[in-house]
Design a protein around this ligand. Structure first.
Ligand code: LHQ
Length: 262
């Protein structure tokens, strides 16, 4: 039976593959439901210590499926806010609040909400032939799924505005150069590099990683004072973890740490 999301777990890594290649993995309600379930599993299952998100076929994700009845419109105007409230906003919130790292392997074009969702991930690798398109303005819409939040913070207002207004294709190499993503790699190396990175993170101090995510998330809007207080609180929590004890013990014994994620 075909399914719009493929999920597997191996060596602490949950691999999620968006799987509607004929539509460049554009989102429909089934895909949203399955992705939401996969992320809930990633959150609750201690055996999962890193998520790896990618796409099947030649695209990563073309955003919302524009042929869906609920968004296509017709004679009567459609309230797109419903789609956003029910599907996209909860997805982005879930990704950013997940206390485990999410690696994104952008294997091809990431357009519209597909680009925003890639940027919502924690470490974004992209194939050299991949690209990012703020496709929204091309159809009269506004970047959503966090696009207007992530873009200016990653690349600055001038570039964010250019991308959002013009809807031009940004090549993966330029996205790396602009600091929008972590790294651009040769197409044939992407699966291997992304898997290596995810496996490494899955062997890391998972609780500490979750706290790092929280700290960086809060830093965007915090004053220095508030951030210093938050760092203190998060460090307290990290300092009570088994992985901190292991990290220090391994350092002093001049051996590699064996983190358990606790
Ligand atoms: C698609 C799609 C697609 C359906 C390619 N839908 N079929 C939130 C809430 C509510 C409403 C609206 O939106 C949102 C958020 C959003 O995401 S808005 C932005 C939606 N996305 C777009 O506007 C991107 C539309 N796609 C494209 O512009 C192109 O497909 C790109 C530039 C991504 C890739 O171009 P090509 O490489 O030339 O591929 P293609 O256009 O030939 O697409 C391949 C197939 O995929 C094709 O089907 P076909 O049967 O002709 O082979 C497309 O119709 C289908 N497809 N995107 N979003």
């Amino acid at each position: 039976m075909s399914t719009s999301i493929l999920v597997s777990v191996e060596a602490g890594v949950q691999r999620i593959t968006l799987n509607r290649p004929d539509k460049l993995n554009a989102f429909n309600p089934e895909m949203h439901g399955l992705l939401r379930a996969a992320l809930a599993q990633a959150d609750s299952d201690p055996a999962i210590r890193c998520v790896l998100l990618t796409g099947a076929g030649r695209g990563f994700c073309a955003g919302q499926d524009l042929s869906e009845r609920e968004v296509k419109g017709g004679d009567a105007p459609i309230d797109l806010a419903v789609t956003i409230s029910v599907y996209y906003n909860p997805l982005v919130r879930r990704m950013r609040a997940l206390p485990k790292p999410i690696v994104c392997a952008v294997n091809g074009v990431a357009a519209g909400a597909g680009a925003s969702i890639a940027l919502a991930c924690d470490l974004v690798l992209a194939a050299r032939s991949a690209s990012f398109i703020q496709a929204f303005a091309r159809i009269g819409l506004v970047p959503d799924s966090g696009g207007t939040y992530f873009l200016p913070r990653l690349v600055g207002r001038a570039r964010a505005m250019g991308l959002a207004l013009l809807g031009d294709k940004l090549a993966a190499e330029d996205a790396e150069r602009w600091g929008m993503i972590w790294k651009c790699v040769d197409d044939d190396k992407l699966p291997e590099e992304a898997a290596k990175l995810a496996q490494m993170l899955a062997r890391g101090p998972t609780r500490g990683y979750g706290l790092i995510k929280r700290a960086l998330e809060a830093s965007t809007d915090n004053t220095l004072d508030a951030q210093l207080e938050l760092e203190r609180d998060l460090q307290r929590e990290a300092g009570f973890s088994g992985d901190y004890r292991e990290g220090v013990a391994a350092f002093l014994a001049k051996r590699k740490p064996e983190f358990t994620g606790r």
